[in-house]
Design a protein. Structure first.
Length: 151
């Protein structure tokens, strides 16, 4: 199969430069545009001292999952937002975890860093110097005399 056609870019703007909007459903069912990054930024008095960005676990996972993995993104986005007044259900527990857990991001990962990690992993798995699952037991430090039982 051939490649999918991409829509033309208006005004010569690159795709990465276009603003990314996330859609959020309000309580009445209307869809409202909410800028993705600013709504997910959280502040915490201690974590904010040590980390440049503090985001929820949901936002962190959505940022780290590759753009090509639509099914994983859809699964995380399908979990409804945390509502503290609702009863404890498995989905509600998961949504509470995703929305209340804060993740501190020290520095943003770069594409070169990911590529370097993949290359190091490939080199490591290909190397022969890895530890093998053989016994390292060499026996007692000094030989023991034969033990006799006289009856």
């Amino acid at each position: 199969m051939g490649k999918k056609r991409k829509r033309p870019i208006k005004n010569g703007q690159a795709r990465e430069d276009l603003p990314q909007l996330s859609f959020q459903t309000s309580t009445r069912g209307k869809v409202t545009n909410v800028p993705g990054e600013s709504s997910s930024e959280r502040t915490h008095p201690v974590i904010s001292i040590y980390y440049r960005r503090v985001v929820t676990l949901r936002q962190y996972l959505l940022e780290r999952i590759p753009k090509s993995s639509k099914s994983r993104r859809r699964r995380i986005a399908s979990v409804p937002s945390h509502d503290p007044s609702s009863d404890g259900d498995q989905d509600k527990e998961l949504s509470r975890l995703l929305d209340t857990t804060l993740v501190g991001i020290l520095k943003e990962p770069t594409a070169g860093c990911d590529q370097e990690r993949r290359q190091e992993l490939a080199e490591f798995t290909a190397s022969l110097d890895r530890s093998l699952l053989t016994s390292t037991d060499t026996g007692p430090p000094c030989p023991q005399a034969e033990v006799r039982f006289d009856m």
